[in-house]
Design a protein around this ligand. Structure first.
Ligand code: C5P
Length: 408
């Protein structure tokens, strides 16, 4: 899982995972791991057909507890006379992944003829369902009706993907990626304090071409911005990311506008900023762009051994422009990657770019900045509150920055 999915700190929260008979059942083991890395407690119920693919022992070995495999089979369930009710009493979220066509039908119709369907019926918290099946089974009107019914009943539904499935068919029916199911789970138990807010986030580097194949850029991975986007999304915001070239993946609920150059990023932001409530600029925008040598590839022979000179033009300052256009009901967060004079630079940029909050980090310090999963921030807001934070995972920095913005 990419670093921006690695949110932790869900201590004391419990997830109950239901796993059904599908070739994708083994993928539920990845979910158990991911949940545990997020500090969640995990319990599980495997349907009888699931145990033909993956056994309860695998889930127990990874630390899931208890693991139910049937309604009446003793084991950890023997001393839990009401095992069919237990997740409903103690779990914060229930996830059925992969959900077979059969289990989907049971959930849709409120059947209760095995442990998992009983537990689901007795569970009043948020329920997530992620199906996996043969594409023709998925397309069957009966399955589609059940899918619709699950939506009407309030299930959080994670659509299967298109692709090749185990039986050799191609079409929709593959279990959604673990990241998608994991993110939906965290969202279901996160505070929804950014619900209804439209958030714009710029991230990644920009690429400024100087001939047909070469460009001027920087090593930004976009991770800090992706963490800001994910944290806002988990907390209920409607998130649009304007991303320079990165390898980052986002859950389907986040809208991504991909750009290359600073001017493209500027144009994309200009178009959507009026409709936004909050802007957050984490992108490492190239301040200058080379004046291209033309449409062709530059040839060494053209300059010989004399070296070469590249001329640069200024790029627009995206954040500063958004700051100038900012309405009273809009808020703006900026970042500053510095190599010294952190506090002075943060203060200057907060004012000159008309920001509500700025997060500055010293990129010359180890564990702070490009290409690492952590950051050490100096945070300053418009009200004059200034804080120096310890080195933290970027996911944690993002979570705290949203907390900070919501302070006033
Ligand atoms: O002025 P400086 O580049 O140090 O400011 C950093 C902040 O401004 C970051 O939030 C960055 O995303 C944003 N920025 C921008 N457009 C630029 C340069 C920086 O949005 N051309």
């Amino acid at each position: 899982m990419q670093p921006h999915f690695r949110f932790a700190g869900f201590m004391g929260k419990r997830v109950h995972l239901g796993v059904t008979g599908s070739i994708a059942a083994y993928k539920a083991l990845d979910l158990v791991r991911a949940y545990q890395e997020a500090d969640l407690m995990v319990s599980a119920t495997l349907t009888e057909s699931c145990t033909k693919f993956v056994q309860g022992l695998s889930f127990e070995a990874l630390g899931a507890s208890p693991v139910y495999t049937s309604m009446f089979d003793g084991g950890p369930k023997a001393d839990t006379a009401f095992g069919h009710l237990e997740p409903g009493q103690i779990a914060d979220v229930m996830v059925v992944a992969p959900a077979s066509a059969n289990t989907m039908a049971k959930l849709a119709f409120g059947m209760a003829d095995d442990m998992l369907s009983c537990q689901a019926l007795a569970f009043s918290g948020p329920k997530i369902v992620a199906p996996a099946m043969n594409p023709r089974m998925w397309e069957n009107p009966a399955t589609q009706r059940n899918w619709q019914m699950l939506g009407d009943l309030g299930f959080i539904r994670i659509e299967p993907e298109c692709g090749n499935v185990a039986c050799g068919d191609t079409g929709k029916g593959r279990l959604a990626p673990s990241e998608e199911i994991f993110t939906a789970t965290l969202k279901a138990i996160s505070p929804q304090d950014l619900r209804g807010k439209k958030v714009l986030i710029t991230l990644g580097p920009t690429r400024e071409s100087w001939d047909a194949v070469r460009f001027w850029s920087n090593p930004s991975s976009g991770t800090m911005g992706a963490c800001m986007a994910m944290a806002a999304y988990l907390r209920g915001a409607d998130v649009t990311v304007v991303a320079g070239p990165t390898a980052l993946q986002f859950p389907t609920g986040i809208r991504v506008i991909s750009v290359n150059t600073a001017v493209e990023m500027f144009d994309a932001c200009q178009e959507i900023w009026p409709a936004m409530d909050i802007g957050c600029a984490t992108a490492a925008v190239a301040d200058y762009r080379p004046v291209p040598f033309g449409a062709e590839k530059f040839k060494k022979a053209d300059s010989g051994s004399k070296g070469m000179t590249v001329e640069f033009k200024s790029n627009p300052d995206i954040l500063k422009t958004l700051g100038r256009q900012k309405r009273i009901d809009q808020k703006l967060i900026g970042f500053a990657a510095e190599t010294g004079k952190l506090k002075e630079e943060a203060e200057r940029k907060l004012t000159t770019k008309d920001l509500d909050l700025i997060a500055a980090n010293d990129i010359s310090q180890e564990g702070s900045g490009f290409g690492v999963g952590t950051n050490q921030m100096y945070v300053l807001d418009k009200q004059g509150r200034a804080e120096t934070w310890p080195q933290l995972p970027k996911t944690e920095v993002a979570w705290r920055l949203w907390d900070h913005l919501l302070l006033d």
